[in-house]
Design a protein around this ligand. Structure first.
Ligand SMILES: Nc1ncnc2c1ncn2[C@@H]1O[C@H](COP(=O)(O)OP(=O)(O)OP(=O)(O)O)[C@@H](O)[C@H]1O
Ligand SMILES: O=C(O)c1ccc[n+]([C@@H]2O[C@H](COP(=O)([O-])O)[C@@H](O)[C@H]2O)c1
Length: 197
């Protein structure tokens, strides 16, 4: 029997939006992944220049956004671990939770650019195969990364960012159709993003 193939979509998800969901769905289909696990960050140390929403809100929005897809799930490994979130820990914990599985870590072109600044960047490529996906406004390039460690995939272009969703919400502009309906309602219910970043 072949190993289970598990996609890992890590992100701050403040909030999760259709750019994240389309990227995960496209990679799942192209790579024949049995499941994609969304992993909201605990403390995203490279986003410390701004106040990130509480982890439980980001986790619940991710659950709401993915609940209808039987091939998607959400993991608490990063939000339940103390301290800054490092992908080397995420992948170590998920490997332990899914013994024998092959892991595929999905990142947008902007995150791929930064990978060499991550903690234990040398080790992360031993734990998972990386899949870099296109994102409007960023060049997808893996020439700085170890040969064979990364696959590049073009996904349907979604010019959406969490920053834009937060800015629009603070300005009283609609975010319908940028994020799933349940996430629009969750933002409103919890009064998230009512003041600019
Ligand atoms: N529109 C998009 N298309 C493709 N990939 C995306 C898109 N938005 C985010 N990603 C990728 O999803 C992962 C998680 O992103 P993150 O949660 O930081 O969202 P973001 O929109 O970049 O947030 P922010 O605007 O707050 O920086 C990263 O790998 C990022 O590159
Ligand atoms: O391991 C690190 O040092 C590291 C530094 C920055 C980002 N990451 C991971 O990259 C993913 C996308 O992060 P972000 O900040 O763009 O939402 C998420 O899973 C983060 O945990 C990881």
């Amino acid at each position: 029997m072949s190993n289970r193939r598990i996609g890992v979509m890590g992100g701050t998800f403040d909030p999760v939006h259709h750019g994240h969901l389309v990227a995960a769905s496209e990679v799942q289909a192209r790579f024949g992944l049995d499941e994609v696990v969304f992993v909201p960050t605990g403390q995203p140390w490279q986003k410390s220049e701004r106040q990130v929403s509480p982890a439980e809100d980001r986790y619940l929005m991710t659950v709401v956004a993915t609940a209808s897809n039987p091939g998607f799930s959400v993991s608490r490994v990063d939000i339940d671990r103390e301290g800054p979130t490092y992908t080397v820990d995420t992948l170590t914990d998920l490997s332990a939770a899914h013994p024998g599985a092959d892991l595929f870590f999905i990142t947008g072109a902007d995150a791929l650019e930064q990978i060499l600044s991550w903690r234990r960047a040398d080790r992360v490529f031993d734990l998972a195969h990386f899949i870099g996906v296109t994102r409007p406004g960023y060049e997808l390039d893996d020439t700085h990364l170890p040969p064979g460690a990364v696959s590049l995939v073009e996904v349907p272009a979604m010019a959406i960012s969490s920053t834009d969703v937060r800015t629009r919400t603070a300005a009283g502009l609609p975010v319908w159709y940028l994020v799933p309906d349940g996430v629009v309602q969750y933002i409103s219910k919890r009064r998230l993003y009512s003041v600019p970043d």
